[in-house]
Design a protein around this ligand. Structure first.
Ligand code: CA
Length: 214
């Protein structure tokens, strides 16, 4: 292994750690298309909890057109609610904001409208939300464009509410929503940092040797 390849490998490991946010909750829904619910006129919500107390910095959601043509206006309003009534419904809003789109991926899964594909969207929260271990919450989403639904699966305990009415008038629609929640990027491992340092030191040494020989 040359020093250059060691540097490249260490730099790659560092970059991977910095760009890949950790998943702190995965609702583990297999998106098959056709099980979307309108998240424009309604706020859709689904429950979650985390394994350790952690900030949540963003989310990944799967969206699809219900009538065909993904005419989404870019609005990604998100909510974190309390979970009340033994997990039956969202309670008070703990945080809400306008998500910033980081990435949109056209999946190969046919959408409900059967004319285009389910879209996978990665977005960042306005501010971190500190989720406490042992506490259940609801994650909610409201899009700007009607006809765009939040993908999900046929069974589960998804809950929806009529947005233009009252946000405390929830009822279960019997569906799981497709989403993951992201924690902060992992701190680079000491091993890869040490490797990079050693490689750089080695490179400086060989350069000195080369200069002396010349
Ligand atoms: Ca659920």
């Amino acid at each position: 292994m040359t020093i250059k390849s060691v540097i490249a490998a260490a730099a790659l490991a560092l970059c991977a750690g910095l760009t890949q946010a950790s998943v702190v909750f995965d609702n583990q829904v297999t998106v098959v298309g056709g099980f979307a619910n309108d998240a424009a006129d309604w706020v859709q919500a689904d429950n979650f909890s985390v394994a350790t107390t952690t900030p949540i910095v963003g989310a990944t959601v799967w969206l699809e057109s219900q009538g065909g043509g993904f005419a989404w206006d870019g609005t990604l309003n998100y909510f974190i609610f309390e979970s009340i009534n033994g997990g039956a419904q969202p309670g008070a809003i703990l945080q809400t904001g306008a998500g910033t789109l980081l990435q949109q991926i056209d999946t190969s899964v046919l959408a409900q409208g059967r004319r285009d594909n389910v879209q996978k969207l990665v977005f960042a929260f306005d501010a971190d939300f500190l989720a406490q271990v042992g506490t259940e919450y609801f994650f909610g989403l409201q899009l700007g464009s009607s006809g765009v639904g939040w993908s999900g699966a046929a069974s589960g305990n998804g809950v929806e509410s009529f947005y233009y009415g009252s946000l405390d008038d929830w009822f279960g629609n019997g569906r799981e929503r497709a989403f993951t929640l992201q924690g902060p990027s992992p701190v680079p491992e000491p091993g890869s940092l040490a490797l990079l340092g050693m490689a750089l030191a080695g490179l400086a040494f060989t350069r000195r040797q080369g200069a002396r020989a010349a």
